[in-house]
Design a protein around this ligand. Structure first.
Ligand code: SF4
Length: 688
């Protein structure tokens, strides 16, 4: 008897930036595949991702309705795309090119991110494009550019962490968000900076390390206190600072005022723990400082990340073999998504849209006059806040994002979406934003299409098609191409390899240069990290080994000082709410809330509260609470957690509607990155 062998393709998980290796069969069966980031492991999200492919709620036909209160009706693609293109042109004729806005995502493939940016600037001529990556990583990106002259999340392969002796994780709960990464930290003593006793913090304590538990919004003070220790206790790497950096004296002038006992009074971390942590970092031969959203999602997120970079530079870590500084990217294509032109201020190749030479290069690839390209537009939060206003966009096209759940101040976002003349959402499943739209376009998902992703190490990976999408579903590239066609604009191919080859040309000579990377090289199994500026170039797995990317080759220490969170507790709102993730859900939860094995584990929102704090609010473990800020309230089931700070509560942000944590969050922005302050809102608790 011959057993049937199901064909399967080598691809990567649809979720986070670790981009674990997967096999996917033609019937949607998922298996773990050995790949350097996951070494044969997957987390629960990856294992169960196949159930999304034939999910009963899949959108399989375009939907339209006459008004927001009317029911959706199924329509054909010609009718849907024709209607959208016609309305876009009408609104632009009435209100100008910026009447149409585009919102992308860090989960889109490189090809989609690139074509979407080109579509906005060339087919629509609008400056109004940004994406949900502005909510994650943009502060780390700005800090990396400022310090090193380039932003690549990890400037070294994940496997370099295998031999680490000491790793400081600032605001990174990787044991929950990307569990296979913990396999690379197995031999390290961990120092975890987090207001919560997360599973990662538990691992730190089990490793003989430390859990440093600052008051939310005071991480920068902790880093200043630790820099003070590095100087006063004699841990500075003076040769490294002299040869490879500038700016130490200015950075020290600020840190000199933050001796550990003073820092302790603000951030709450014992000075003795600061001294122990710095001593371990300084005394190890192989050591890393890694940051993530906990450091970034503040109104001073760029400065907070910078404070950790300053500490790493003072100890001589970045660019040294076996040591380094990195930021852990969250979304699947969080790295590539910010390189190819989805950002309001950028063009492909990580170029500035305000740079005349960059505009000339990209316009040349696109075959347009550089002067015809719009300038910088609004950042994501500002764009959402402007929708439907007199000077704001009248139409919004959303690709791969669920802003009604993921953007800060969700009640205000709902009001702005309701004020639009046209809301179009391309999505796989009926997420909250899609269900608020005028037109819904059903699109393919990861195992149904070809493309590339760039993971947290800057390594470009092939996504491969294991099966055809359901009948009636098109790829995002086909949707963008079809819309451009109906707008009468040529030059928008729908074939992924053709788009990638154009992306390579557009990125050539830029910071993230992909010009030497091809589908053929990736399919042959080459491990290619950008920059890869020529077909025979081996790629660049490690940056900064010889020089940093500033013209003088030196990294910059930048003086940064403490600023209070944009919103502080008062008598009405005496607690600090912070938000984050849980193991079994991803981003807005639009996918994982629909996977029974995942939603069965965490079916509803919860609020972590210290038992004393809960009791003061008249709440007990298991009760339903309202978490009330100055902007709105979220309902959540109380989880009493004795290890949490009594002044802090925690909400996961994966739920919508009444349970949406972002009904509470503060849209205050970092002045440089324009990233919102998801990590600190003043709230009170009351029984629901
Ligand atoms: Fe997927 Fe990330 Fe889990 Fe890996 S760690 S299986 S990439 S969600």
């Amino acid at each position: 008897m011959t057993l049937a062998v199901t064909p399967r393709v080598a691809t990567h998980c649809p979720y986070c930036a670790l981009q674990c290796g997967q096999w996917v069969g033609a019937g949607g069966e998922v298996d773990a595949r050995d790949f350097p980031t996951n070494r044969g492991g997957l987390c629960q999200k990856g294992w169960t991702s196949g159930s999304l492919l034939a999910h009963p709620e899949r959108l399989t036909t375009p939907l339209m309705r006459a008004s927001r209160s009317a029911p959706f009706a199924a329509v054909g693609w010609d009718a849907a795309l024709g209607h959208v293109a016609g309305r876009l042109r009408e609104l632009q004729a009435q209100h100008g090119p910026d009447a149409v806005a585009v919102f992308g995502a860090g989960g889109l493939t490189n090809e989609k991110a690139y074509l979407l940016g080109k579509f906005a600037r060339v087919a629509l001529g609008t400056s109004q494009i940004d994406y949900n990556g502005r909510f994650c990583m943009s502060s780390a990106a700005a800090a990396g550019n400022r310090a090193f002259g380039v932003d690549r999340g990890l400037p070294f392969p994940v496997t370099d962490l295998d031999d680490a002796e000491v790793v400081l994780l600032a605001g990174a709960n990787v044991a929950e968000t990307m569990p296979p990464l913990m396999g690379h930290l197995g031999s390290a003593r961990l120092v975890v900076v987090d207001p919560r006793r997360t599973p990662t913090a538990e691992r730190a304590l089990a490793s003989g390390g430390l859990h440093l538990q600052p008051v939310p919004g005071t991480d920068l003070v902790l880093a200043l206190g630790m820099l003070h220790v590095a100087v006063v206790d004699g841990y500075l790497d003076a040769d490294y600072l002299a040869e490879r950096t500038t700016g130490f004296d200015d950075a020290w002038r600020v840190a000199a005022q933050w001796w550990p006992e003073r820092a302790e009074r603000v951030c709450g971390v014992p000075a003795a723990d600061m001294r122990r942590a710095v001593g371990w970092l300084a005394g190890a031969a192989r050591r890393y400082v890694l940051t993530a959203r906990g450091a970034e999602q503040h109104a001073n997120g760029v400065d907070t990340v910078t404070s950790w970079i300053n500490l790493a530079l003072a100890l001589g870590l970045p660019g040294r073999p076996g040591s380094g500084f990195g930021t852990i990217t969250g979304q699947g294509n969080g790295q590539g998504g910010r390189e190819h032109g989805q950002k309001s201020d950028q063009l492909p190749g990580y170029r500035s849209i305000s740079d005349p030479a960059a505009r000339a290069h990209v316009a040349g690839v696109w075959g347009v006059d550089p002067d015809s390209l719009p300038g910088p537009g609004r950042s994501a939060t500002e764009l959402l806040a402007a929708l439907g206003r007199d000077d704001g966009p009248r139409a919004l096209l959303v690709f791969g994002s669920n802003v009604l759940v993921s953007a800060p101040d969700a009640n205000a976002v709902a009001e702005r979406l309701a004020a639009l003349d046209l809301l179009v959402v391309a999505d796989v499943l009926p997420g909250e934003t899609a269900m608020a739209a005028d037109v819904v376009l059903p699109v393919a998902q990861w195992a149904e299409e070809e493309g590339t992703m760039t993971n947290l190490e800057g390594r470009v990976l092939r996504r491969r098609r294991a099966m055809a999408p359901p009948g009636g579903v098109r790829t995002d590239l086909e949707v963008i191409s079809g819309l451009a066609d109906r707008l009468g604009v040529a030059g928008f191919p729908a074939e992924p390899q053709e788009v990638f080859d154009e992306l390579r040309a557009a990125s050539a000579g830029g910071i993230s240069d992909y010009s030497g990377i091809s589908y053929d090289r990736l399919d042959a199994g080459e491990a290619l990290h950008w920059p890869c500026p020529a077909p025979g170039h081996p790629g660049t797995p490690r940056l900064f080994t010889e020089r940093f990317a500033h013209p003088d080759g030196r990294a910059r220490l930048i003086p940064v000082d403490h600023t209070p969170s944009a919103e502080l507790p008062d008598a009405d709102h005496p607690l600090r709410a912070t938000t984050g993730r849980v193991l079994v859900h991803y981003q807005s939860g639009a996918q994982t809330r629909r996977v029974a094995e995942l939603s069965g584990v965490v079916p509803e929102s919860f609020v972590e509260v210290h038992p004393d704090t809960a009791a003061r609010a008249g709440l007990a473990d298991g009760d339903w609470a309202r978490v009330v800020s100055r902007r709105g309230a979220a309902e959540a089931r109380v989880r009493c957690v004795p290890t949490l700070r009594p002044d802090t509560v925690f909400l996961p942000f994966h739920f919508g509607g009444e349970q949406a944590a972002n009904r509470v969050t503060n849209p205050a922005l970092d002045p440089i990155s324009r990233m919102p302050e998801f990590k600190v809102s003043a709230v009170r608790l009351e029984p629901a």
